[in-house]
Each structure stands twice: as structure tokens, then as C-alpha cells.
Write a protein that binds this ligand. Structure first.
Ligand SMILES: C[S@@+](CC[C@H](N)C(=O)[O-])C[C@H]1O[C@@H](n2cnc3c(N)ncnc32)[C@H](O)[C@@H]1O
Length: 212
């Protein structure tokens, strides 16, 4: 069986395939993919969130192995950070790092088993090809307090293809979110060019906005 990798991740066709891939990828995700590709997206999301004045309690959506919470802590974020993901194996790795207050196993495209208590929502790498689309906005907004700051990475490959380019302005127009700003970043560092030329140049937009 081939090792799980980025090409397989970006070609996922549904929740069952996604769960299977992350079950197999969890153990090597940090020491293989993230280290070797110089996966900088979690750091970009954490930095953008804090630079825009983000505070806890934070919900990190698609928390995976916990890279966003690690970066938030490295950068001095002191408030509670909760993690949410639908892969038990990815959350098991995150749990070993002791950076999250709670970890919730849930699908972000459905109503979440959480209270409306969050002043910050972060997400890195989850709004991308083969993963989650704008259908997650309603469940996330339902747990965000008024004024909560969102910092969500959205891969350029799906910005138009999955309709984020319309969904976000629609939320602004409907008065559900305010202050929408987009920051474009590189997903990977220079090492990626040698390892995976097809994805090395990937860019993501970090969508920053507040719940109304
Ligand atoms: C590329 S990983 C990113 C993990 C981490 N945020 C990072 O940047 O390293 C994508 C994560 O999204 C999770 N995920 C995918 N679809 C999901 C869904 N519908 N609900 C919750 N989590 C989901 C996967 O299980 C995986 O852990």
C-alpha cells in the first residue's frame, strides 16, 4: 500500500476516504510531510490571528496533529485553545502535545456539539482540495460569540472551485460577518520544490473576519 501523501490528500472524494487517509497519515504527518515540505501554513494562520488581535477561547477547526495550537503558544497566545477534528488518529497525536484544553471529535460540516463560547476560530489546511468547503461556515458561526475573530486558510486551488469567492462576500452582505480581509501566503517553504514540484508553489488565502 502506498504511503499517504499530499497528492492523495488533495484528491480525496468524501468523508470515508478522508478518514482512512488521516488514519494512515497521523503517525508520520509531523515528522514527514510537515517537516520535509516546510509546511508553513499553521504558522501563517497563528501569526495572522494574533496580529489581528485574536484572543481566546479559540476553537481550532481541523486541528489535526495540533500544529496551529503549537504555533499560537510559541507566539505567546495564553487563552484556552480547543481543538476539533473528525479524525480520531490525528487528535490522538494532538493530545500528546498538551496544547489544547479540550479535543472534540466532530465533522465541521454538521452542527457542532459545542456551546457558543469562542472568541477566536482558527483553521489551517482544512479548506483545501478534497476537504471542506463553505458548508462549514454555518456550524462555525453557530459556536462563535459576537465579535469573534476568524482566521481560516483557504487554498487558492479551491477559492473559486468550491465557491469561497462568493460565500464569504455573501456572509458580509447578509450582515453575518464584518471586516473581511484576505492575506495571501505561501503554503510551503523552499524545500518543497525538490520533494513535490506539483504542490510546492501552492498559495493560500487567510480569510480574517469577525462574527457580527
Ligand atoms: C491537512 S490537515 C490540517 C491539520 C492541521 N490544521 C495542520 O495545519 O497541520 C486537514 C485536517 O482536517 C481534518 N478534516 C477534514 N475534513 C473534516 C471535517 N469534515 N470535519 C472535521 N475535520 C476535518 C482532517 O482530519 C485533518 O486532520
Amino acid at each position: 500500500m502506498p504511503e499517504p501523501d499530499l497528492t492523495a490528500a488533495l484528491a480525496l472524494t468524501g468523508p470515508d476516504a478522508t478518514l482512512k487517509l488521516y488514519r494512515e497519515w497521523a503517525a508520520s504527518y509531523d515528522s514527514g510531510f510537515a517537516r520535509d515540505m516546510e509546511y508553513n501554513l499553521p504558522a501563517h494562520v497563528a501569526r495572522a490571528f494574533l496580529a489581528a488581535g485574536g484572543t481566546g477561547p479559540v476553537l481550532d477547526v481541523g486541528a489535526g496533529t495540533g500544529l496551529v495550537a503549537q504555533r499560537l503558544r510559541d507566539l505567546g497566545c495564553e487563552g484556552p485553545i480547543d481543538g476539533l477534528d473528525f479524525s480520531a488518529e490525528m487528535l490522538a497525536v494532538a493530545a500528546t502535545k498538551a496544547v489544547y484544553r479540550t479535543l472534540t471529535l466532530a465533522d465541521v460540516t454538521r452542527p457542532l456539539p459545542l456551546e457558543r463560547v469562542y472568541m477566536g476560530i482558527t483553521s489551517s489546511g482544512t479548506f483545501t482540495a478534497g476537504h471542506v468547503g463553505p458548508e462549514a461556515f454555518d456550524p462555525m458561526l453557530a459556536v462563535a460569540l459576537p465579535g469573534a475573530l476568524f482566521a481560516l486558510s483557504i487554498n487558492r486551488r479551491v477559492w473559486q472551485a468550491k465557491g469561497f469567492d462568493k460565500a464569504l462576500p455573501d456572509l458580509v452582505e447578509a450582515g453575518r460577518v464584518t471586516g473581511l480581509r484576505l492575506i495571501e501566503v505561501d503554503v510551503y517553504g523552499n524545500a518543497a520544490a525538490r520533494l513535490d514540484p506539483e504542490h510546492a508553489e501552492d498559495r493560500a488565502l487567510i480569510a480574517l473576519f469577525r462574527a457580527a
